[in-house]
Design a protein around this ligand. Structure first.
Ligand code: SF4
Length: 296
C-alpha cells in the first residue's frame, strides 16, 4: 500500500474560512487515500492534540491557518504557550504551509495592528513575520484559499515533485496567473465597456466596481470555484484577496486618479491610457446590448 502523508493543522488568528474552504475537498476519496489528517481543530479534540504534541515523531505537513500575534494571549491553545506549540510542530514537519492570506501576509487581522499582527514570514509585502528564518515554508494566499490550490500543492509534494515558488513563496503554477485570465468579461475590458451594476452578465467591473482581476495573482477564472463559477462570472468584482495588501479600503470602488483607473499589472500608464482612450472612442453596439434579452 502506498505511504500516506501526514498533516497537522494549526490555527492562529482566523475566522476558519480556509478550513471551511478546504474541508470541501478533504472529503474526496482521492485525498483520503493519500493523506492522513492527524489533527484539525474543527474535527479533533484536545486529547488527540496532546498525544501528537508530546510525541517526537516526524510528520509531513504542518498547515498553519491564521495570522500570528506578538501578544500570545490572543493565540492560546489548550492553555499552552502558542509559540512553543508552533516551534515544536514546525521542527518535526517536513514542510510548513501557510494557508490563506492571514497566515501568508497578516490579512484582515493585520489591519488592527500592523506592528504586532503579521503573517508567518511576511508582514504585508515586507519580510519580517514571526518566522523569518524558517525553511520549507510555502504560502498559499487567498481569503479564503481555493481548496484546489492547497490540494494540488500537497499532492505535488506528496509525489516528490518540485514546487517552484514566486517572490512571496507562493506556487508559481497557481500564482503566475491573474484572476483576469479566463474572465468571461475580457472583451468588455478591452473595449472599456462598464458593467452598469453588480450581478449583471454584461460589462467589465474594472472601471466602476473596483475589480482587481488584472492585478491579482490567482487562477480563479481558470479552474473556477466548485468547478462552476467565480466572482467575476457571477457579476461581483475580484477583491484581490491573494495580494499582500488585502483587504484594501473601499473594496467595491475603483480607485481613480484624475478620473482614470489604476493601470493593470506590468503595463505602463502611458501605453495603457493611450490604448484605453482609443478603445473607448469606438462605440460597439453589440457590447452595449443585453447578452440575453428576456423580452424577445
Ligand atoms: S471583470 Fe475584472 S477580471 Fe473580468 S475582465 Fe473585467 S477587469 Fe478583468
Amino acid at each position: 500500500m502506498p505511504r500516506k502523508s501526514s498533516i497537522i493543522w494549526l490555527q492562529g488568528l482566523t475566522c476558519n474560512g480556509n478550513s471551511h474552504s478546504f474541508l470541501n475537498y478533504a472529503q474526496m476519496p482521492s485525498f483520503a487515500a493519500s493523506f492522513d489528517m492527524l489533527y484539525h481543530p474543527l474535527w479533533c479534540g484536545a486529547e488527540d492534540f496532546m498525544g501528537l504534541l508530546h510525541s517526537d515523531a516526524p510528520f509531513d505537513f504542518l498547515i498553519l491557518e491564521g495570522a500570528l500575534s506578538h501578544d500570545e494571549r490572543l493565540l492560546q491553545r489548550f492553555n499552552l504557550p502558542f509559540y512553543e506549540i508552533l516551534d515544536n510542530l514546525a521542527s518535526r514537519s517536513k514542510y510548513i504551509i501557510c494557508a490563506g492570506s492571514c497566515a501568508s501576509f497578516g490579512g484582515i487581522f493585520r489591519l488592527r495592528d500592523p506592528q504586532k499582527i503579521t503573517g508567518a514570514l511576511f508582514s504585508g509585502k515586507e519580510k519580517g513575520g514571526y518566522w523569518l528564518e524558517k525553511k520549507n515554508v510555502i504560502n498559499i494566499s487567498g481569503c479564503p484559499l481555493h481548496p484546489r490550490w492547497l490540494a494540488e500543492t500537497l499532492f505535488a509534494l506528496h509525489h516528490g515533485d518540485n514546487v517552484a515558488l514566486d517572490e512571496f513563496l507562493r506556487p508559481k503554477e497557481i500564482f503566475s496567473y491573474f484572476a483576469h485570465h479566463g474572465c468571461l468579461r475580457n472583451e468588455y475590458f478591452e473595449w472599456k465597456v462598464d458593467s452598469k451594476q453588480l450581478g449583471q452578465r454584461e460589462g467589465c467591473l474594472y472601471y466602476e466596481h473596483g475589480c482587481q482581476g488584472p492585478m491579482s495573482h490567482a487562477n480563479c477564472n481558470k479552474i473556477l470555484w466548485n468547478d462552476v463559477s467565480s466572482k467575476t462570472r457571477a457579476g461581483s468584482p475580484c477583491l484581490g484577496c491573494t495580494e499582500f495588501d488585502f483587504p484594501r479600503p473601499a473594496l467595491y470602488e475603483t480607485q481613480k486618479n484624475m478620473s482614470l483607473p489604476q493601470t493593470p499589472f506590468g503595463i505602463s500608464k502611458r501605453a495603457y491610457y493611450t490604448l484605453a482612450g482609443v478603445a473607448k472612442s469606438f462605440k460597439i453596439e453589440r457590447l452595449e446590448k443585453k447578452l440575453i434579452d428576456e423580452d424577445n
